[in-house]
Design a protein around this ligand. Structure first.
Ligand code: FAD
Length: 497
């Protein structure tokens, strides 16, 4: 088929966009580097996933010191969302405004929260989000309710919720894209960082892509790694060059969408440099690859020697008491439960002997403290002899240290005498974003407010790379909302009958 639109990447951005465009009847071709994840013996095997890294690709990137590392970045149909924790949280209204942080001031977005609210609402419907309005004082305005009620706390987490309330916090239910019965039917584990092969998680494949592929005009090709986009002397993207089973192939379409994730999108645009666009495509602003952000995160484990945590999935509770800042304190971030840390996970991520890890895991309540990473042009993705170099310059780290210190204090008050913390590895780019940022000024940004490249009118970038700020909540719902907004714009301006 000769497509009207080529979408490169079937993750959160690409799949959601495909769902938005599909009803137009136009021919949409999705090119995905990976394959569909099939059920396997490792799907619920913590030692295989966290110890042996069986689902990791064999790709290596370089860090800021030119040291090679294996990034926790997944290449399969549905992208990283197949492994995600399915926390589908909206940015707060204040996240769209310039905000003073401990580590500097964020620039604000070129659109307001109100501009994206209808798309957040639609994204929550598409990803069947389960949540409860009115519990979280920092919650932004919602024009409708969640499609389903919140995923219930397990008994020990319900007790924890009461303890946190008694300590003066305002815990609320994490908005989640999980069908609990379906997930647990596949095995008694949490879902965070486990591959979704049973359909229990609402991810880019089970929701966005499924809806898109129900239309006969949408086709998915897997095992197609796009290596370059080409242009002539003009401002249009002419074609897409890809590798399929070792063979090079070129395809063309009037509209090209790059949705390969923040790091790979920057790498693809930079790798596509040609005589007409020597700095790379869409890079008239010199911002492609810059402003890489990834959240400052720590695992914080609270325990009482005589109290067990029997939770299986655990990830139902969060609080935002420190999110917006108060009493002269700058914004510190979000705290949410991690998926349950079990003995094999703890042993794989620490030097603890397995029996000690088992004792701790049986008692530990595991929190995820997340603070905003601020955009910095020197925090960037570049290519070194064709290999990806990710030189992440962490920002706002002092605010994160404050968040962890506050969390430890309040957890002790809530009845946990032992509280341990460990920052997440710098080389885990789970919440990567910012490398092709959205803005009104073509000199300072890569795409406009509808994700269209300032430089190439037939090129759209629809993934985490367009986020101008990282906020301090998980990114996927915002990526989906932006994809729906871009989809509406493409339908109105490019695909109108
Ligand atoms: C363990 C883990 C837990 C997470 N938990 C959460 C959470 O609870 N909530 C949340 O909001 N976010 C979470 N995230 C982050 C979330 O998954 C990502 O923000 C989101 O998937 C990013 O969407 P994207 O469209 O930018 O990229 P992706 O979803 O990564 O999609 C990119 C796609 O492009 C494909 N691709 C890449 N390069 C090429 C190429 N050259 N040619 C063709 N195809 C290509 C990839 O294979 C992939 O399918 C988590 C991530 C991880 C890893």
């Amino acid at each position: 088929m000769y497509p009207d639109v080529i979408i490169i990447g079937s993750g959160m951005g690409g799949a959601t966009l495909a769902a938005a465009l599909a009803p137009s009847g136009r021919r949409i071709l999705i090119l995905e580097r990976g394959e569909q994840l099939r059920p396997s013996q490792h799907d619920r095997d913590a030692a295989a996933i966290f110890g042996d890294g069986v689902f990791r690709s064999d790709e290596t990137w370089l860090d800021g010191t030119d040291t090679a590392f294996s990034p926790g970045n997944y290449y399969n149909v549905g992208g990283n969302s197949k492994f995600y924790g399915a926390a589908l949280i909206r940015y707060r209204e204040a996240d769209f405004e310039p905000t003073q942080h401990d580590g500097g001031t964020t620039p604000g977005w070129p659109i307001a929260y109100a501009d994206l609210e209808p798309d957040y609402q639609a994204a929550e419907q598409l990803y069947a989000v389960r949540g409860e309005l009115g519990e979280d004082p920092s919650e932004p305005a919602h024009s409708g309710s969640y499609p389903y009620g919140a995923v219930p706390d397990e008994q020990d987490i319900a007790d924890l919720r009461e303890r946190l309330k008694a300590a003066g916090l305002h815990p609320s239910s994490i908005p989640l894209g999980v069908n609990l019965a379906d997930w647990l039917a596949g095995g008694q584990t949490t879902w965070d960082a486990y591959p979704n092969t049973c359909g229990g998680k609402m991810d880019a494949e089970t929701c966005g892509l499924k809806l898109a592929l129900a239309h006969p005009n949408v086709e998915l090709r897997t095992g197609c790694r796009v290596t370059a986009l080409t242009t002539g002397a003009g401002d249009r993207i002419d074609s897409v060059v890809m590798q399929t089973e070792g063979k090079s192939e070129t395809m063309t379409a009037p509209i090209i969408v790059v949705a390969t994730g923040a790091v790979q999108t920057a790498a693809l645009l930079l790798a596509s440099a040609n005589d007409n666009w020597p700095a790379g495509l869409a890079n008239g602003s010199d911002q492609v690859g810059r402003n890489f952000m990834n959240h400052n995160c720590s695992a914080v484990l609270a325990l009482h020697p005589f109290r067990r945590n029997r939770a299986v999935y655990q990830k139902t509770l969060m609080f935002n008491d420190y999110y917006l800042g108060s009493d002269g304190q700058p914004p510190l971030g979000n705290v949410q439960m991690l998926g349950k840390i079990t003995a094999p996970i703890l042993a794989a991520n620490s030097k603890l002997p397995v029996w000690v890890a088992g004792w701790v895991a049986a008692r530990g309540f595991d929190f995820y403290a997340m603070s905003e990473d601020l955009p910095n042009p020197d925090s960037r993705v570049t290519l070194m002899d064709g290999q990806i170099k990710l030189d992440w310059k962490r920002s706002n780290w002092v605010a994160h240290q404050h968040l962890v210190a506050q969390l430890k204090k309040v957890l002790r008050r809530a009845g946990f005498p032992i509280v341990l913390s460990q920052p997440f590895d710098r080389r885990t780019p789970s919440h990567q974003c910012g490398t092709a940022r959205m803005g009104a000024d073509p000199k300072a940004s890569v795409v406009d407010t509808f994700c269209r490249s300032h430089d190439h009118k037939n090129l759209f970038i629809v993934d985490a790379s367009v986020l101008p700020t990282s906020a301090a909540v998980n990114p996927a719902l915002t990526i989906a909302a932006l994809a729906l907004r871009a989809g509406r714009h493409i339908l109105e301006t490019e695909l109108a009958p």
